[in-house]
Ligand binder design. Structure first.
Ligand code: PEP
Ligand code: MN
Length: 339
């Protein structure tokens, strides 16, 4: 349920309401808006009507209404203002369009540094690169692991870019946390609930990729797992779903972007690389992502795609990435936003 406090409610009143919610076995999630504090009370729904009537008479409470959406905390019913994630120098989810770019896998120093320098020069804010790779085949390159994390940290030092990298299991969360600025949860792990809960107890943003066979409701329920543990900085990433079409690697669900933005207050970004699997489709699809209001992109770039250890066919050359950024910049500006 959503408990709206009166505009000038005191912090004692807010604390009292939170304690009262907890006494019913519910979790209390206060959200401090510009005008007032709103508290999300989330529990198993037992005794709901009685709890609503008790809470309505607590001093400082203006109204209590049930949340109809199944994803209580990430849904737009609880919070209409968009979540804006502050990254020290820029924001994700506001008026800025943020591009994250880099190789699919971190392979060797020169590959990563060269890519980092070029994506930085083209205007990316975040360097991507997998150090732990969830590959379809156990015989394929699995990632450099901690050595890859160290190279990412070195690239951050060198360029000032923030870094995002995938974490594939709960055991690795602490180690990845030592290096990364943003955790990436891959499509294959979207419903690894133990991992989601563990990341919900960290203090860094989590980019959650849509599972390749997931509905938007399932996707948002996964985000809810993270937020329910206290970490509200979740970025949703549409990266294509599996359909009968085989020309593209996946079918990018462009309508998911505005749909997710209507259903939820979380930032939504698009991964046109995995979404299409084809280098020539990445720039036009990126422009489409801007047009539908996405908050950013996650793009694969490699200095020698033909030699890439993973995802070469969908990796842009640095020059192609620069051209993509020029195109995207035009659309972002027309939309009244900045890159
Ligand atoms: C990736 O970003 O390289 C990746 C493995 O993506 P996904 O989880 O979307 O397949
Ligand atoms: Mn990849």
């Amino acid at each position: 349920m959503i408990i709206s406090m009166i505009p000038r409610a005191t912090s004692e009143q807010v604390d009292y309401v939170c304690d009262k919610i907890k006494s019913f076995g519910y979790a209390a999630h206060p959200i401090r808006g510009k005008e007032r504090v709103v508290i999300g009370a989330v529990g198993d729904g037992k005794d709901k009507d009685r709890i609503i009537s008790v809470m309505e008479s607590v001093p400082g409470v203006e109204s209590v209404i049930p949340i109809m959406q199944p994803f209580k905390l990430v849904g737009s019913e609880l919070k209409q203002e968009r979540t804006v994630i502050r990254m020290d120098g820029f924001t994700i989810g506001g008026d800025q369009f943020v591009v994250m770019a880099g190789p699919c896998s971190v392979e060797y120093r020169e590959q990563l540094m060269q890519t980092a320098d070029s994506v930085k020069a083209a205007g990316a804010k975040i360097l991507r690169g997998g150090a732990y790779k969830p590959r379809t085949s156990p015989y394929d390159f699995q990632g450099l692991e901690e050595e890859g994390l160290k190279l990412l940290a070195e690239a951050r030092e060198r360029t000032g870019l923030k870094i995002i990298t995938e974490v594939v299991n709960t055991e690795n969360v602490d180690l990845v946390n030592e290096y990364t600025d943003i955790f990436q949860v891959g499509a294959r792990n979207m419903q690894n609930f133990a991992l989601l809960k563990r990341l919900g107890r960290t203090r860094k943003p989590v980019l959650l990729k849509r599972g390749m066979m997931s509905t938007l409701k399932e996707f948002l329920m996964s985000a809810e797992y993270i937020v329910s543990q206290g970490n509200t900085d979740v970025i949703l990433c549409e990266r294509g779903i599996r359909t009968f079409e085989t020309y593209t690697r996946n079918t990018l669900d462009i309508s998911a972007v505005p749909a997710l933005q209507q259903l939820s207050h979380l930032p939504v970004v698009v991964d046109p690389s995995h979404g299409t699997g084809k280098r020539n489709l990445i720039a036009p699809v990126s422009n489409a992502a801007v047009a539908v209001g996405a908050h950013g992109l996650l793009v694969e770039v490699h200095p020698k795609p033909e030699e890439a250890f993973s995802d070469g066919p969908q990796s842009l050359l640095p020059d192609e990435f620069e051209a993509l950024m020029e195109g995207v910049r035009k659309y972002v500006t027309v939309d009244g936003r900045s890159l």
